[in-house]
Design a protein around this ligand. Structure first.
Ligand code: ZN
Ligand code: ZN
Length: 145
């Protein structure tokens, strides 16, 4: 939290030992020196005089105060790499599912081909048996006529 732009909105000095910066709920930054010098009432902003309360800018600040001072460059980089990871994960999952479906349809095609072949062979056997029956019938006719 030591970016150069973080300074008092009144005297433009940055934080130093004994002169801490605070941010108000009306989003103004004021140093403790100006706060005391301004003789402002407790609960009033020294800059815009709005009713507000101050929170010290430090490593112990609340997350929403800290968020105001985050380095957006590194935050963006962090989120981009997170998004990239999520996208890669989702793409991998979808690809796996697609491969599964492709494999399944290929297997189905192979099964259908095999069934066709078996039907052809069955038909061949049936016609052979028909021929045999026909032969038996005609020889029986010859014997009893
Ligand atoms: Zn100041
Ligand atoms: Zn203010």
């Amino acid at each position: 939290m030591a970016a150069t732009w973080i300074c008092c909105n009144s005297c433009f000095s940055s934080a130093s030992p004994g002169n801490e910066l605070a941010v108000s709920t009306c989003r103004h930054i004021i140093c403790s020196r100006c706060f005391k010098k301004g003789n402002v009432q407790q609960g009033q902003c020294g800059i815009c005089k709005a009713k507000c309360h101050l929170s010290l800018i430090s490593d112990k600040s609340s997350p929403d105060v800290k968020a105001l001072f985050t380095d957006l460059g590194s935050t963006a980089t962090k989120y981009f790499s997170e998004i990239k990871g999520v996208l890669q994960f989702q793409a991998r999952q979808q690809k796996r599912l697609l491969t599964h479906y492709q494999q399944r349809s290929q297997n189905l095609e192979e099964t259908v081909m095999k069934m066709k072949q078996e039907i052809q062979e069955l038909n061949k056997k049936i016609s052979q048996q028909n021929m045999y029956i026909h032969k038996l019938e005609s020889s029986a006719h010859q014997r009893y006529s």
